[in-house]
Design a protein around this ligand. Sequence first.
Ligand SMILES: NC(=O)c1ccc[n+]([C@@H]2O[C@H](COP(=O)([O-])OP(=O)(O)OC[C@H]3O[C@@H](n4cnc5c(N)ncnc54)[C@H](OP(=O)(O)O)[C@@H]3O)[C@@H](O)[C@H]2O)c1
Length: 286
Amino acid sequence: MSMPSSALSSHGEKQQQQQQLVCVTGAGGFVGAWVVKELLLRGYRVSGTARVPADRKNEHLLSLEGAKERLALCRADVLDYGSLRAAFAGCHGVFHVASPVSDDPDLVPVAVEGTRNVINAAADAGVRRVVFTSSYGAVHMDPNRSPDAVVDETFWSDYEFCKQTGNMYCCAKMMAEKAAMEEAARRGLELAVVVPCVTVGPMLQPTLNASNRRVAIYLTGARTFYPNAVAAYVDVRDVARAHVLVYERPDARGRRFLCVDAVLHRQRFLQLLRDLCPDYPIPTNN
Ligand SMILES: NC(=O)c1ccc[n+]([C@@H]2O[C@H](COP(=O)([O-])OP(=O)(O)OC[C@H]3O[C@@H](n4cnc5c(N)ncnc54)[C@H](OP(=O)(O)O)[C@@H]3O)[C@@H](O)[C@H]2O)c1
């Protein structure tokens, strides 16, 4: 069967794109490692940053398929512009996944300054396109939203409400996403934003990250009741694919994309968990 010439040229372009060098910040973390894995599987050459690349907690990256030939780890801290500039040398694209994940009040300046450093270092290194990992926490925390509203990419959390309720992580992700948009526009960089909700699924890294810890507490018996609450969940493999998809599609530039699979009441979420792990002490009371 013959292919139309336009399909052949876009196939060729795609192949060329997939041999490009791209950088993933926070490569050793839960989401970062899956983004690295997805990029390697698609044929990219990947530079992954970590604050201490030789730390044993990053060893899982070295055994990914294609890592031996096409993955290099380098040291970078988002607060150190020079380390980012060096890490991005020769890269076509940057996936800015790294972020402190906690409710420490110092999170906001670190996330914002770190993001500004990443965008400026990328622009100075001649990078064309950046994908920024935001969070649903930057979108849904608004007490004044109508309960009937269907949340989409136009929604933003209420900064003051997040601050008053101690949700500094949501404040940090909101301000960092806005900083990424502002700085990318100023520097003429193509930016696409992935906005995942609570991300769960298999871990490549050896230690629990915050979102999987939220599941683990129900498996270990550390939490004996559950709140009357709903949350949105997505599989980490879908989040990783979304990152690469928005990188590869030129029509994604300048846009944000919610990455949500299911919205579940905690009771339903725990029932699904119980079906998967019937022998674990999963709470039945709220
Ligand atoms: N998991 C979720 O449910 C979820 C949902 C929505 C969005 N996200 C976003 O996804 C990203 C990754 O989160 P995760 O769940 O994968 O968390 P994680 O496993 O804790 O990974 C966080 C990563 O950020 C890096 N990092 C932290 N502070 C840094 C700094 N000052 N300089 C350089 N790197 C730094 C860490 O690198 P080191 O190894 O150097 O410490 C680590 O690789 C974050 O942007 C987070 O906001 C996560």
